[in-house]
Design a protein around this ligand. Structure first.
Ligand SMILES: C[S@@+](CC[C@H](N)C(=O)[O-])C[C@H]1O[C@@H](n2cnc3c(N)ncnc32)[C@H](O)[C@@H]1O
Length: 296
């Protein structure tokens, strides 16, 4: 099983829209984000090869698909092109940390997913959201920057895991499962249950709507996207009992983001409180963390 373990410094490509070749003094603005769309399960891609393999998560086995970045985007496997392709085809370590943490939170009675409305932001493979489906969530919505990631990877992954669970347990999944491609700047316009006003505040409407649980892994690497991601979370999270679980590296060397940088935005704003749930130190300098956010 292959997960993407490096920091972002070596993995970044600057092939599109950097403007460095045009005029080093005046870099071009980033390309416009892809359009915000709901991707239907029937829009699953049949043109890209999808191979499935098991992932062992401390005794729980989930399935993960593998597709070629070259086939989907015409890029080599190490490329991540800001504003164009944001790394969703790789399985990042944080998503495995997040599933393990959710599992131990359930075991210790800190968390129940049964009947909950769950949103996974920056889903890629979607393993945390898939885990929520298997643990009885009422609705699980998956968001990724790229529709291609949802079509070629997330949807087949959700199907494979639900099918496996059906064969093993006879349980059919009853969660409402939906898929949304959008930049975080615009995602509130297409996510159901989320008020489309642009205030970014916790409104009365949000209290009756929104999501009970927001999951995200390895989404806080780029400093420039942290404010829009935080604003989106505040729009989406159901008050007063909504909870966010965030898995990330403490720092992303070379790009400047990280869990601590994001948590400092959260703490400065003061609406949500943050607590560290788990820390993974595997001997490298890149410590990984899982944080939990809830309303003060
Ligand atoms: C490093 S990948 C992590 C994928 C997956 N969560 C995992 O851990 O394997 C970052 C994810 O965040 C999403 N993402 C990054 N920047 C984004 C943005 N500005 N708007 C929306 N999604 C974004 C990408 O689609 C991508 O799936």
């Amino acid at each position: 099983m292959e997960t993407h373990t490096s920091g972002f410094g070596s993995g970044f490509g600057f092939g599109f829209g950097s403007g460095f070749l045009d005029d080093p003094e005046k870099p071009l603005p980033p390309p416009p984000p892809p359009p915000s769309v709901e991707v239907l399960p029937s829009q699953v891609s049949s043109n890209v090869e999808y191979n499935v393999e098991p992932v062992d998560l401390d005794g729980l086995t989930l399935l993960k698909g593998r597709v070629s970045t070259k086939q989907v985007f015409g890029l080599s496997n190490s490329d991540l092109i800001p504003g164009k392709y944001e790394g969703g085809l790789k399985l990042w370590e944080g998503s495995l940390d997040l599933v393990k943490t959710l599992s131990s939170e359930i075991q210790s009675g800190q968390l129940s997913l049964t009947g909950k409305r769950v949103l996974e932001l920056g889903c890629g493979h979607g393993l945390p959201g898939i885990f929520a489906c298997l643990k009885g969530a009422g609705a699980v919505h998956f968001q990724d920057f790229n529709a291609e990631v949802l079509q070629c990877l997330t949807i087949p992954n959700v199907d494979a895991n639900i099918q496996k669970n059906l064969s093993a347990t006879g349980d059919s999944n009853s969660a409402e499962v939906r898929f949304f491609a959008s930049d975080w700047n615009e995602a509130h316009l297409i996510l159901p249950h989320v008020p489309a006003d642009d205030s970014g505040t916790i409104s009365g409407q949000t209290q009756a709507a929104g999501y009970d649980i927001i999951l995200m892994a390895e989404t806080v690497y780029s400093i420039s996207t942290l404010p829009s991601l935080y604003k989106l979370i505040k729009k989406c999270l159901r008050s007063p009992h909504g909870v966010v679980y965030l898995a990330a590296k403490k720092h992303y060397f070379g790009v400047g983001g990280g869990s601590r940088r994001f948590i400092s935005i959260v703490e400065k704003d003061g609406v949500l409180a943050a607590s560290l749930v788990s820390e993974v130190t595997d001997g490298s300098s890149n410590v990984r963390e899982v944080w939990k956010l809830h309303f003060r």
